[in-house]
Design a protein around this ligand. Structure first.
Ligand SMILES: Nc1nc2c(c(=O)[nH]1)N[C@H]1C(S)=C(S)[C@@H](COP(=O)(O)O)O[C@H]1N2
Ligand SMILES: [Mo]
Length: 383
């Protein structure tokens, strides 16, 4: 077998005219993914130098929805883009040290670009499907590689800017930047290939976006958790999976609210006897799905007042769940002090179901779903 050279790839569809157009949209998707990813990473950071805003309530729902939608759309775009350029892998090495060095540098940076882009899309998709075939921490790795990916994208755009500008300024059929051998007509025209690509990206979006956009729910056959859970809100982790079925249903359940030595211990009946508030707030999962619910319960601020926690204090919320990454979460002051932040006891006018966090769960505005702790056992000022 002979290793092909780039002149073996003759389809005129593999043209910078196509690459630049697909690349433009891919770049836009990566840009949106990067910015919305930073928002999500910051929202989940236990230490907030600048408070994360509690308004608008749908803020995180929109940014994280966009994150997953643009990431999904990027998959077909990346595949088509790679298909149009991969013959360049088989270019003959240039002559001369200087050329060779430049060529090696370019290949090296493109390798980092492709590897980081593929890693981001693959790990992101796997995460939104709740499939973790790896042992590293998803959030730290996805975050670190995001910087490598965006850095390589910027470098790549900078290096290719002259070609990109030319290609985008000219007609798609223009051959100015084509490889000399790329002359065989393809099964599609260049316009046809581009249309198919946009269609594939559109279908990928429609097939998944319904997990965030309610009216798309019916068409989103591949949407994660778009099926209805109890009270119309999907369930992420069930009580059985979190191993809290027994502890959450014990008659001697007590919520402990603690500020140093000052503590109160409240049964569910005690909580129900306190003033109740009702708010429409979404659960917006990092995996991209979100759903709004009508939650009723006690204001967290009222609970903190019982033990004299001053405003402006970050508190810790601990679940009955014994193991797992979200058993204790930080409820920052910007949320703890917000009147819409509830220790919810009911959803949609019905007592909370055990899978939604019975006997009591946190629900705060504009917050990642992972921090909306279910089966709450303690709310306390950390020592
Ligand atoms: N104790 C506990 N709370 C939890 C979780 C969990 O695994 N354990 N999952 C979180 C995640 S990732 C999400 S998206 C929301 C989902 O809430 P729901 O199942 O009521 O829709 O709960 C959050 N609260
Ligand atoms: Mo989640």
């Amino acid at each position: 077998m002979r290793i092909p050279t780039d002149s073996d790839f003759t389809s005129r569809l593999r043209s910078p005219a196509v690459t630049a157009r697909v690349g433009l949209w891919l770049g836009i998707c990566f840009g949106i993914c990067f910015v919305t990813g930073l928002v999500s990473h910051y929202a989940q950071d236990p230490a907030h130098p600048v408070p994360f805003p509690a308004s608008p309530v749908w803020g995180y729902r929109v940014t994280q929805g966009l994150h997953v939608i643009t990431g999904t759309a990027a998959v077909p775009l990346l595949l088509v883009k790679l298909w149009t350029v991969y013959p360049r892998l088989f270019r003959r090495p240039e002559r001369g040290w200087r050329q060779l060095l430049l060529d090696a540098t370019e290949r090296g940076t493109v390798l980092v670009l492709v590897a980081s882009a593929v890693f981001q899309l693959a790990s992101g998709l796997a995460n939104s499907a709740q499939w973790y075939p790896w042992s590293f921490s998803f959030r730290t790795t996805h975050y670190a590689v995001a910087w490598i990916a965006i850095g390589s994208v910027l470098l790549h755009v900078a290096v290719k800017l002259p070609v990109i500008r030319d290609a985008l300024g000219a007609d798609v059929e223009d051959t100015a930047h084509d490889r000399p051998t790329a002359t065989t007509p393809g099964v599609l025209s260049r316009r046809g290939l581009l249309r198919t690509t946009w269609l594939a990206a559109g279908v990928a979006v429609l097939a998944t976006a319904g997990s965030t956009v309610p009216f798309l729910r019916r068409v989103s056959v591949l949407g994660v958790r778009s099926g209805d859970g109890p009270e119309g809100v999907p369930v992420n982790k069930s009580a059985a999976a979190a191993k809290v079925t027994a502890s959450a249903t014990r008659s001697d359940y007590r919520l402990v609210v603690a500020n140093g030595d000052r503590q109160v211990s409240l049964s569910r009946a005690d909580l129900l006897a306190m003033p109740q508030s009702t708010h429409d707030l979404p659960i917006a999962c990092v995996e991209g799905w979100s759903a709004s619910g009508t939650w009723t319960g006690v204001r967290v601020r009222d609970l903190l007042d019982l033990v004299g926690v001053p405003r402006g204090t970050d508190v810790h919320v601990t679940s009955l769940q014994e193991s797992g990454p979200f058993t204790t979460t930080v409820l920052h002051a910007s949320f703890a002090d917000d009147d819409r932040t509830l220790l919810a006891l009911a959803l949609g006018g019905e007592p909370l179901s055990i899978d939604h966090g019975y006997p009591a769960r946190v629900i705060a505005p504009d917050r990642p779903g992972v921090l909306q702790t279910k089966w709450v056992a303690r709310i306390e000022v950390p020592a």
